[in-house]
Design a protein around this ligand. Structure first.
Ligand code: ATP
Ligand code: FE2
Length: 335
């Protein structure tokens, strides 16, 4: 392959353009995230946001790395899963740039991109993956040429749960980072906390998880007068422990010794430290990429696109988006 690969990410709130160089090395992305003043994400509003900022961001990522459009040798985009209107904007931009430059187009699986940027950044070989983002919560392992989902949320994603809880307290999107800082503040004022009065349901069902009951119960604690920082701490402890428990079982069943975190919630330091404790207890190791590569970013899309280009490209006819694309639908044809 010659030239740089551009990656375009538009599955949800974030529009992001990222790059990998002709050797497949990643470079930081230019991103812009829609943060609604109130309420949740409206797919059409997010899509309009992406359309409005796309031209400026595309220029920005080229300028950041001193490139011209003619330096691009391929264009990758998130083909799914995600919000239809948002995905369609990304696919249209990708088709336009690839056609104009007469370079290959490649649609990639967003979830698999989260995994591959983590493997590349952390040097993991064959990890169990804990993919914790807004829309997704999955425990994944590679088997027979696919990333198999061993366990996942049965209702909402862990990040959506955190964002919804935050929104109910008047904290704007994204709520996860603010909940993390409130939980830290609680530990500073109460260094030896107890769960008494702060218990929440713990929804591990076999290898699967659930978070909506936790959300309702945490709100009830707030309504009953528990301090918000204490509830944030308890919410994190319960939600993260349930993910780490399923990840541990996955490591035990598969015999794999590496754990790799990905997705926006993997930015959370408590999530990282719980994972490290569990993995080290098992004589294994836990890894997480830098935060800019945990949250949605175009670089991971470029990276997976560059990996896949040796085996396939996407024709214009085959470039339609797939809102419901699953992690295990993508054959792994790269090293
Ligand atoms: P996907 O399509 O993969 O589900 P996404 O659209 O949810 O991705 P991401 O950027 O992967 O996007 O994740 C965003 C989520 O990460 C939000 O729910 C946000 O609250 C959460 N998040 C970000 N930082 C933190 C943090 N420090 N602690 C907890 N959650 C965080
Ligand atoms: Fe994501």
């Amino acid at each position: 392959m010659s030239g740089w690969t551009l990656g375009i990410e538009t599955t949800a709130h974030t529009l992001s353009f990222g790059l990998v160089n002709p050797d497949g090395e990643p470079f930081p992305a230019a991103s812009d995230t829609l943060r609604p003043d109130e309420g949740g994400i409206h797919p059409r509003e997010a899509a309009d946001h992406h359309k409005d900022v796309a031209a400026g961001l595309y220029q920005k990522v080229l300028d950041m790395h001193g490139l011209q459009p003619t330096d691009l040798g391929a264009v990758a985009y998130s083909q799914g899963p995600g919000l239809g209107p948002c995905l369609r904007v990304g696919a249209s931009i990708a088709r336009g740039i690839a056609t104009r430059l007469n370079v290959p187009l490649i649609g990639v699986n967003h979830c698999v991109a989260h995994i591959e940027i983590g493997r590349q950044q952390c040097g993991c070989d064959d990890p169990v993956l804990l993919y914790v983002s807004g829309g997704n919560t999955q425990v994944i392992a590679r088997l027979n040429g696919r990333y198999r989902v061993l366990g996942e949320t049965l209702d909402i994603g862990i990040g959506n749960m955190l964002d919804k809880f935050a929104r109910q307290q008047g904290i704007p999107f994204p709520g996860g980072p603010k909940i993390e800082s409130l939980a830290k503040a609680y530990l500073e004022r109460c260094p030896e906390p107890s769960m008494e009065g702060l218990e929440l349901p713990y929804a591990v069902r076999g290898m699967d998880l659930a978070f909506s009951g936790l959300l309702t119960a945490a709100q009830r604690l707030v309504d009953n007068g528990q301090p918000l920082d204490a509830v944030c701490w308890s919410l994190q402890e319960h939600a993260f422990a349930s993910c780490v428990e399923v990840a541990e079982r996955a490591m035990a069943h598969t015999g794999k010794r590496e754990l790799l975190l990905g997705g926006g919630v993997a930015c959370n330091e408590r999530m990282r430290s719980m994972s490290t404790m569990m993995a080290e207890d098992r004589d294994g190791s836990s890894h997480a990429p830098p935060k800019m590569y945990c949250i949605d970013n175009g670089t991971m899309i470029a990276l997976l696109g560059a990996l896949e280009l040796a085996n396939r490209t996407t024709s214009l006819e085959g470039s339609a988006i797939d809102q419901y694309l699953r992690t295990d639908q993508t054959p792994i044809q790269w090293a």
